[in-house]
Write a protein that binds this ligand. Structure first.
Ligand code: AMP
Ligand code: MG
Length: 328
């Protein structure tokens, strides 16, 4: 068995886990919760710096209870990007320190691809079109010729940030996504809002602003509902076209916004119409988590994809289609 420790900390969640080929051995997380407004990058990084030692110590205690010592680890993996620069640097520092002190190889993991691979690990999906929707990122990805290609992506902000920003303007606390979902369920009617798909890409910033403006003449329930209908239809449209284009017959949903039941329902309907299978991992693997970093770290380690500490700088704009897939 291979054992890899992985650390996630690109944004709001500091999370470390140890996995083997089959399962998560243990995961310990400490979540940053902004006192007001949304995520403040510097505060989030300070949170991660303050709690990294405690999270790693607790993880080592937990695996020790299961008979595993730090000596048994094969590699240390970390989220190298994309994400908030200050957060990435903090977690990178923790991972380098562990790698050097334990004398274990270091693996730099692309956060988006970790969402994809944990979904392939924890669902029956084999070669899916992936809709990855989170706070900072929104992408439609699929594997072709040695890389995960991006078939469509947001031209501005991630869908999660768009929902959170609107919710904040509506006086709701962070994270807004789940609250928007709840209000939408009590809606009476649809309010016209922008629907922006350009080629295979989508944009959410104008939709978020227009939804905020619509609050002046429509109920919050109706605006939340209409926001969701438009945003999710945009995502489903591009996912469907990626399915048609690639000829694949599976869709995998990834990222924190994937918790949304209306989005799932729309994707499921589209997949049924096309005779495609639709897969959603357990909720704990959808939002940012250490297990997904550890798992892709394990796949990369086993395929010889490690890095020297000297070359382990983080990249806030790390694109998944720049990664040579060595593990498939
Ligand atoms: P991630 O960055 O992948 O951890 O996902 C975080 C994002 O998911 C935040 O923007 C949340 O508002 C969003 N989110 C979480 N649950 C839901 C939900 N039920 N509906 C919509 N968005 C959600
Ligand atoms: Mg994420």
């Amino acid at each position: 068995m291979t054992l890899v420790l992985g650390i996630e900390g690109t944004a709001w969640n500091l999370s470390a886990a140890v996995v083997d080929e089959n399962d998560v051995i243990d995961e310990v997380s400490h979540t940053y919760r902004p006192s007001t407004g949304g995520i403040h990058p510097r505060e989030a990084a300070q949170h991660h710096a303050q709690h990294a030692g405690q999270v790693i110590r607790k993880l080592f205690e937990n695996i020790a209870d299961k008979g595993i010592s730090s000596r048994d680890l094969d590699a240390i993996a970390f989220s190298q990007g994309p994400g908030l620069g200050a957060c990435l640097r903090t977690v990178g520092t923790a991972a380098r320190a562990l790698s050097l002190s334990l004398e274990k190889p270091l693996v730099g993991v692309n956060h988006c691809l970790a969402h994809v691979e944990v979904g392939r690990w924890k669902t029956p999906a084999e070669d899916p079109v992936v809709l990855y929707v989170s706070g900072g990122n929104s992408q439609v990805l699929a594997y072709r010729n040695g890389k995960y290609r991006i078939f469509g992506e947001t031209l501005d902000i991630g869908i999660g940030n768009a929902l959170d920003k609107f919710a904040r303007n509506a006086g709701l606390s962070h994270p807004g996504g789940p609250k928007v979902e709840e209000f939408a369920q009590a809606a009476a009617s649809y309010v016209p809002l922008p629907y922006v798909v350009k080629g295979m890409d989508f944009s959410f910033s104008g939709l978020s602003t227009a939804a905020t403006d619509a609050l002046s003449h429509s109920s919050i329930e109706d605006v939340c509902y209409s926001f969701q209908e438009n945003a999710f239809a945009m995502l489903v449209e591009v996912t469907e076209r990626a399915l048609a284009h690639t000829g694949k017959n599976e869709v995998l949903l990834a990222g924190g916004v994937g918790a949304n039941m209306r989005l799932r329902q729309m994707l499921k309907t589209m997949c049924e119409d096309r005779d495609a299978s639709f897969y959603v991992p357990e909720k704990r693997f959808m939002g940012d988590n250490g297990s997904m970093i550890a798992y892709l770290g394990l796949l990369m380690y086993k395929s010889g994809n490690t890095i020297e500490v000297a070359n382990s700088h983080v990249d806030p704009d790390f694109r998944p289609d720049s990664v040579e897939v060595t593990w498939l």
